[in-house]
Design a protein around this ligand. Structure first.
Ligand code: SAH
Length: 194
């Protein structure tokens, strides 16, 4: 844990990963843990607002939207966002986000998938509203260790009282791999999210 504490991956480095196709984190198959815990996320409810922090081009966004939920994602790479829509043959429109300089929002023409192209730290509930569910895979574990507290506080702010938050982490010896994904011990998750 100590060995990763100081590590920083810049926005530029993430953009470069997308440009060079160094995106081993992207999976074409739906995540087995989302399938397994879908009922926990939905809790019998329909028409939810579901948030995908650091969304990349996660295929689960299309899956949940097809179930009738409204999906919102945030991703710094415009390439990732465009690839998401083109790989699923989804027409979309693109508009500026007045509250965030330089940010764009890409929305499927059907209106049920909205992807913000900006840093997650630019968002607030006054811009994106609050969510009933969160799918956090490759998100908390991709955040720089020094930004974890800020990330968790923001996420707590973005969820409704009766929301469900599915978090996927990875367990390994942090001395053997520099990350991301970073190792976030369970004790830290408890102190971050309460
Ligand atoms: N959750 C996705 C992608 C995981 S990789 C999946 O399951 O496939 C992490 C992603 O976060 C990358 O696509 C990277 O470009 C993006 N990212 C990194 N820092 C970010 C930030 N501050 N705000 C928004 N997106 C960010």
């Amino acid at each position: 844990v100590g060995s990763q504490k100081e590590r920083v991956v810049t926005e530029e480095e993430w953009l470069q990963k997308w440009e060079t196709g160094n995106i081993g984190f992207h999976k074409e198959e739906r995540h087995p843990l989302l399938q397994k815990y879908l009922d926990v996320l939905l809790n019998g409810r329909s028409g939810l607002r579901i948030f995908f922090p650091l969304c990349g081009k996660a295929v689960e966004m299309k899956w949940l939207a097809d179930m009738g939920h409204s999906v919102v994602g945030v991703e710094v790479s415009e390439q990732a966002v465009k690839e998401f829509f083109s790989e699923h043959s989804l027409p979309y429109c693109e508009e500026p986000v007045p509250e965030i300089s330089g940010a764009k929002m890409f929305q499927s023409t059907s209106g049920n998938i909205s992807l913000y192209c900006c840093s997650i730290y630019d968002l607030s509930s006054s811009i994106v509203g609050k969510f009933d569910g969160v799918w956090d895979r490759g998100a908390l574990v991709a955040v720089n260790p020094c930004d974890r507290q800020r990330y968790a506080s923001l996420m707590i702010n973005l969820v409704e009282k009766n929301s469900s938050y599915l978090l996927v982490t990875v367990s390994y010896d942090p001395n053997k791999h520099k990350g991301p994904p970073f190792y976030v011990p369970e004790s830290e998750i408890k102190s971050l999210f309460g």
